[in-house]
Design a protein around this ligand. Structure first.
Ligand code: ADP
Ligand code: MG
Length: 142
């Protein structure tokens, strides 16, 4: 296994509900360490750009509205197999179908309001990290 970096968002629903710390702890307990982190309120342009791959989907408008509804925490996580590990810790996209104990099952509501985002592959992780962070903002962990 290799040490990887992945991109993560604690979404507006989890932040608004006061669950950001709980989500972060599950990620850390799962072996992922933040190397960069920022709280921000996404603009419509930022949310549309970030989710551009979904722009033809029927849920795109609602997704952008949700993602701009309140502050989020954007972060870069590092660890063994970080990309797959993060997806495993989050659980299925639909919080109602996510496995017990996963972030989305515990802190999300449905297929839209699902508490967390995680990159799905090395190329998207690289793109998403670069979308929000410059190289000098990434910490080096010992
Ligand atoms: P994931 O976040 O698990 O990678 P997708 O990339 O398919 O899932 O979708 C991106 C985000 O769009 C989801 O996390 C969720 O917030 C929202 N979403 C996905 N599918 C739907 C849907 N059918 N209806 C409403 N929102 C959706
Ligand atoms: Mg996705």
């Amino acid at each position: 296994m290799a040490i990887e970096r992945t991109f993560s968002i604690i979404k507006p629903d989890a932040v608004a509900a006061g669950n950001a710390g709980h989500v972060l702890q599950l990620l850390i307990d799962g072996g992922l360490r933040p190397v960069a982190m920022r709280m921000m309120h996404l603009t419509t342009a930022q949310a549309e750009g970030f989710y551009a791959v979904h722009r033809e989907r029927p849920f795109f408008k609602d997704l952008v509205k949700f993602m701009t509804s309140g502050p989020v925490i954007v972060q870069v996580l590092e660890g063994e197999n970080a990309i797959a590990k993060n997806r495993e810790l989050m659980g299925a996209t639909d919080s109602r179908k996510a496995a017990a104990g996963t972030i989305r099952q515990k802190y999300g509501t449905d297929i839209e309001r699902n508490a967390a985002h995680g990159s799905d592959a090395p190329d998207t992780a690289k793109y998403e990290i670069g979308f929000f962070f410059s190289g000098s903002e990434l910490a080096t962990l010992g």
